[in-house]
Ligand binder design. Sequence first.
Ligand code: SAM
Length: 490
Amino acid sequence: MASSSSMLTPPAAVTVCSSSKSKGKTLEQQGVSGWGCDTYTPESARVFQEWLTSRRLPPQKLVLQPVKSGGRGLVSKANIRRGEKLLYVPFSLVITSDSEWSNPECGSYLSAAGVPDWPFLATYLISEACQGTNSPWHSYISALPRQPESILLWSESEVNKYLFASSVYGQALERISEVQKTFDSMDSSIYRKHSDLFPRKFFNIQSFKWAFGILFSRLVRLQSLNEQVALVPWADMLNHSSEVKACLDYEEKSNTIILTTDQAYQPSEQVFISYGEKSKGEILLSYGFVSVDTHPGDSLNVSLSLSPNDEMLEAKQAVLHEYGLSTPCKYPVTISGIPSQLFAFAYLAASPSTLQSYYSEMAAVAASKGGLKLDGFRPFAFDVPLDVDIQAYQTVLDTIEAALRKVSKYLEDKGKDNIVMSNESDAKNAKLRMASILCTSEQRILQRAQYIALIVPKIIRTKLRELLARKTSSGDGKSSLLYGLRKLFN
Ligand SMILES: C[S@@+](CC[C@H](N)C(=O)[O-])C[C@H]1O[C@@H](n2cnc3c(N)ncnc32)[C@H](O)[C@@H]1O
């Protein structure tokens, strides 16, 4: 893991990769308040693995090693079959909101206050980290990254500078602000009221961001345990690949966390898991990296709104509200297409008052879940005038082109900025590189979406002219039109 901005790191630059000299002392007694380690060393890996074994992790087919991408990762020591079960991390090694606190008073206080899982676990991590070697999790905390690669550790000016053109810009700022707000609320309602339990020296925004960075990049949702969120030492050393579907889960029979592989591995190959079907931007937000490989699931969110000048604005807002939508609405565009839901929204936005009886059906499609195929070029089966089709596609096109202009300009300017890049620090260069990969990927997706949104109105207009010239009924003409367009979307 490369390091991030120094501005938001926990205080004091002390590396605490397990040391026997500090035995029996809290971090406070040691005068240390930077948690985790900076880099992989064989010694720190050995100490961590010994601790895991002492906590009953069974012998493993995997070993913790430096890897090409992702800093450290788990690498196969022997042949691994597809479908083989690995890890078997005992549940006693898992951190959840039910874990025991070294300082039980802190835990009882938070439970009584009904603190939600994430701030609860963040406080747990900080509280255990403060305990130093007195915490049963000392070796785990020492093995965690001192600067988790999370967007939370980017400064606001870095987010503005590097991400403003990408689709996740707003989400990045929102996430940073949400964590700040969560801290403020914990601080005013809990930490400051009980500074004996939650000393300011440790329970501050820097530590909170560190803990949240750890949670964003390592917390797993265990499907077989009612989606319980958990930190799973050892399993959380697995890196992500978009080509892998295998996830961690709880196995009741063994009371452990297991990984069932979905591919075979040879000795010395890195074993991967999936962090979920996430876009490059979402991965950057939570895990702080952007992979160069492309995959069909790569997507970006585009937002659509209703025109404030629409005379039917209120009626449209009301039907959207009925289906649980509010504007602007975000939809994921992928390299393989634009979702029907987005088109349905655009049709609603483009529909005049004469189509009011269809608003509800349009909103229902706009709010529907899962993949929907377009029948021809419309996201629903009923007829609307062809000029509404054209207007709806124009809305989609305008939205896509606005996003495209932003990323293209960013990439163009960045090209001119190459000299500046070589003068920046490694951490800044890494951010610039990630932003460029993200914007390049988004540009590719948007260009394809632009093609779809452009070509359809063109075909509609041509066919419309033909129809008018032939003065045939729109039914016949439309069916051949639908046939031609179907090929584009299927
Ligand atoms: C669950 S941890 C995995 C273990 C981590 N590599 C470590 O050394 O602690 C998630 C973090 O690993 C890194 N990571 C995971 N998959 C990656 C990948 N494919 N490329 C680059 N970094 C990756 C990111 O820093 C991410 O925040």
